[in-house]
Ligand binder design. Structure first.
Ligand code: HEC
Ligand code: HEC
Length: 233
């Protein structure tokens, strides 16, 4: 009898919470670069919790199962769908991007239902980041057509290497993403979106650099970036 009542309560409970579940899968919207007074990478409680956690890559591997469908078991993503490559990415970058998505500073309606607190805790995100960070960077990522690599190299060296590194290594301490091995389609999209303030968590310093870029210059620099490789250790 008691069991039966519990079952009824559970069934009712499921119905009562359904609309709420649908609601909280709607991504919130927080102030970003389009807002006067925006500060890039301002302190965030959720992020600090993840950063303070003593991460465990083993547990991260298990928690990563909700991400695999899109980012693939080896972290290589999907060039055609603009699902980013995540293998080898800096822990700090993965954590920041996840928390920006959760808070609504980076719009990502496709991923949001899998990124919320009700799916992964801040600690699990830190574990997943540790797991992804130690995966080898695949070299089979999507690349451009190779038509303007000389221009791409000139632009990259002049405008991007100071932050993203000569070999695309980024900078974990400063939350600058690793771009070596990233898909061309994704690099292109993020550069354009950052230039046009569509990527709302972008770095204002980078946006200033990208502002005068034409679409074809972005294509060229993205193609060059997609071919960067870290030197062998
Ligand atoms: C339904 C597909 C989907 C699922 C599931 C998903 N993601 Fe994503 N993820 C995306 C897309 C699409 C983007 C790129 C969005 C954009 O272009 O702004 C992205 C972006 C990211 C980024 C930013 C990468 C960067 O270089 O800035 C990180 C980090 C990330 N996802 C981690 C995760 C983790 C961890 C999980 C599991 C908890 C997960 N994702 C689940 C689709 C997904
Ligand atoms: C002042 C440092 C700086 C410079 C210079 C810079 N970037 Fe960035 N870039 C960043 C930061 C920081 C991010 C991550 C922003 C965030 O927090 O979401 C980023 C992100 C990106 C991304 C998205 C990567 C990802 O994993 O999601 C691309 C693509 C990119 N930059 C391209 C460029 C290109 C092309 C140039 C040169 C024309 C450039 N950047 C110059 C700091 C810089």
């Amino acid at each position: 009898m008691k069991l039966k009542l519990t079952l009824i309560a559970l069934t009712l409970g499921a119905f009562v919470t359904l609309p709420a579940a649908a609601d909280f899968q709607q991504q919130p919207r927080a102030a970003g670069i389009e807002t006067y007074g925006y500060t890039w990478n301002s302190p965030d409680q959720d992020m600090n919790r993840a950063l303070a956690h003593k991460a465990n890559a083993r547990e991260g591997e298990a928690a990563y199962k909700v991400c695999k469908g899109c980012h693939k078991p080896d972290g290589s993503g999907l060039a055609d769908a603009e699902y980013p490559q995540l293998a080898g990415q800096h822990v700090s970058v993965i954590i920041k991007q996840m928390m920006d998505t959760r808070a609504g500073r980076r719009d990502n309606p496709r991923m949001y239902p899998f990124a919320g607190e009700w799916i992964v805790s801040a600690e699990e995100i830190a574990d997943i980041a540790a797991y992804l960070n130690q995966l080898p960077i695949p070299s089979s990522n999507g690349k451009g057509d190779g038509a303007n690599l000389a221009l791409g190299k000139r632009l990259y060296t002049k405008d991007c290497a100071s932050c993203h590194g000569e070999h695309g290594e980024g900078d974990a301490r400063k939350y600058y993403p690793l771009v070596a091995g990233q898909h061309y389609s994704y690099l292109k999209r993020e550069s354009r979106e950052s230039r046009d303030q569509g990527r709302r968590n972008a770095s204002p310093e980078m946006v200033k650099v990208l502002k005068p870029y034409s679409d074809s210059e972005i294509d060229a620099v993205s193609d060059y970036m997609s071919r960067l490789k870290l030197p062998k250790k």
